[in-house]
Design a protein around this ligand. Structure first.
Ligand SMILES: [Mg+2]
Length: 137
């Protein structure tokens, strides 16, 4: 997982800082931004394997951001972060191609597990796993 590149997108700056620090602590390459537009701007120059995306953000919300990410980087996996009042958006996210959604507050181990699984799906979709036995067909 040490080459796994994760982008955290959330309008709460403290949250982004904390999660990025913890992901780095677990050996992942993590970066963070605090708006959907900043995420799209960063994707112009950097690739990420998994994007952890807050649903509730001012201006461009998580759903709008997800649509734009999937247009630009269809293979990048996205995990939506929802609150109690925004589970519907998480489900909408799944319909728009998100890997999964997680309810805040996010337990780090759960987030890491989801990020790892999303990354595996990305590898499979990129056809990189080939004969490792992970793909059954
Ligand atoms: Mg938010």
């Amino acid at each position: 997982m040490e080459n796994l590149r994760v982008l955290v997108v959330d309008d709460e700056e403290d949250f982004v800082e904390t999660i990025v620090k913890r992901l780095k602590g677990r050996g992942l390459q993590a970066a963070g931004v605090t708006s959907g537009q900043d995420a799209l701007d960063l994707l112009e120059t950097r690739d990420f394997d998994v994007i952890v995306l807050d649903v509730k953000m001012p201006r461009m919300d998580g759903i709008q951001t997800l649509k734009e990410i999937k247009k630009r980087k269809p293979l990048t996996e996205v995990i939506m972060l929802t609150g109690h009042g925004s589970v519907d958006s998480g489900i909408k996210g799944l319909q728009l191609g998100a890997y999964n959604y997680i309810m805040k507050p996010v337990p780090l181990d759960e987030l890491l597990k989801q990020v790892g699984q999303a990354y595996e799906r990305k590898l499979i979709e990129e056809g990189r796993l080939g004969s490792t036995g992970t793909v059954s067909e």
